[in-house]
Design a protein around this ligand. Structure first.
Ligand code: SF4
Ligand code: SF4
Length: 324
């Protein structure tokens, strides 16, 4: 079922792209760069001033996003710390936009049913289910509380029959590669629908480092764990999404990085960034939607056009892991 939904969505995206010409297919919007966790891999403190998106400005920008687009709510911050999160999702839904929300799962907002009804997919970052490792990786994370939150989310979803897809987003790093099976057991226990596996990304401005993930011994263990995890998911009707990876194929599957053509990330303060790997707006940005006056002005600027033309060879992309 989840696979069919994915394929329909994918084709719908292509169709929208055809209709809307040069407009991006997918908009990644940040609404909060404030977080209640202190994950060891997070570079949030280095990159950004902390803050929340201004709801009124955001509403104006949302008014420019074509209906039936896809919006991913993602930032280096916790989405549900924004007190206007529910209002923002509702605004997106009014425009028939497909809403995909990232969260660390620690905050359950009031009237959760009303919030979930305006979300199409919620992705909870779950990188470890081991208490000791949680202390290292995700610091202040309380795993018992997280489990309660996930069960509550799923129970409310089932009770009021909201078609939101409940998903885990699992980043494979050198810290957790040996516990992928445990993570999918946990997913089955809380009865979520799907899981996204990504390899740890390089979050530095230009760097190129996945902490030895392609080192043969570690790569073999990851492959093993991942295969086992995927088989388990298939058996239990849990849909899996995996990042196509150089680690397992020995070739560059990201040659045509979709970000530079189909997507942008607009952070909480309005800076347009090429992708979620290059978040430091001080190093590089494609404009600021609020300072430029509108989303369409930023999208039609020379800097955006030139960035598209320079795809892969520009200063930002040339050292990207996607091209290694
Ligand atoms: S939950 Fe996300 S934003 Fe918050 S500290 Fe962890 S990685 Fe950073
Ligand atoms: S190739 Fe460029 S746009 Fe694509 S993910 Fe890498 S840095 Fe981002």
């Amino acid at each position: 079922m989840a696979e069919a939904v994915f394929l329909i969505r994918h084709n719908l995206k292509k169709y929208i792209r055809k209709l809307t010409g040069s407009l991006p297919l997918m908009y990644n919007l940040g609404i909060s760069s404030v977080c209640n966790l202190r994950c060891s891999l997070c570079t949030r403190d280095n990159y950004e001033q902390q803050g929340f998106a201004d709801v009124e400005k955001l509403k104006i920008m949302i008014g420019e996003i074509p209906t039936y687009s896809i919006v991913v709510i993602v930032d280096l911050g916790e989405t549900f710390l924004h007190t206007g999160a529910a209002e923002i999702f509702s605004e997106l839904k009014k425009r028939h936009i497909w809403v995909d929300v990232f969260t660390n799962g620690t905050i359950i907002c009031e009237a959760l049913g009303n919030v979930l009804k305006n979300i199409d997919r919620i992705r909870v970052s779950v990188d470890t289910v081991n208490a000791d490792r949680a202390n290292i990786l995700r610091r202040n994370l309380n795993l018992v509380q997280l489990k309660e939150n996930l069960i509550k989310m799923r129970t409310i979803r089932d009770h009021v029959n909201i078609p939101v897809e409940l998903s885990f987003a699992t980043t494979i790093s050198s810290h957790n590669y040996m516990e992928l099976m445990d993570i999918v057991y946990f997913l089955a226990e809380v009865r979520f629908d799907s899981i996204f596996f990504n390899l740890q990304e390089d979050w530095s401005p230009y760097g190129n480092n996945r902490e030895g993930l392609s080192e043969p011994k570690m790569a073999a263990t990851i492959k093993n764990e991942l295969n086992g995890a995927i088989q388990f998911c298939h058996k239990h009707d849990i849909f899996t999404y995996q990042e196509p990876s150089v680690l397992f194929n020995g070739k560059d599957l990201y040659e045509n990085c979709r970000w530079t053509v189909d997507e942008f990330l607009i952070n909480w303060s309005g800076y347009m960034l090429p992708c979620c790997l290059r978040r430091d707006y001080r190093v590089f940005n494609l404009g600021n939607v609020y300072a430029d006056g509108s989303l369409s002005k930023t999208l039609s600027s020379d800097i955006v056009k030139n960035f598209h033309k320079s795809k892969r060879y520009n200063q930002i992309c040339k050292n990207c892991n996607k091209y290694q």
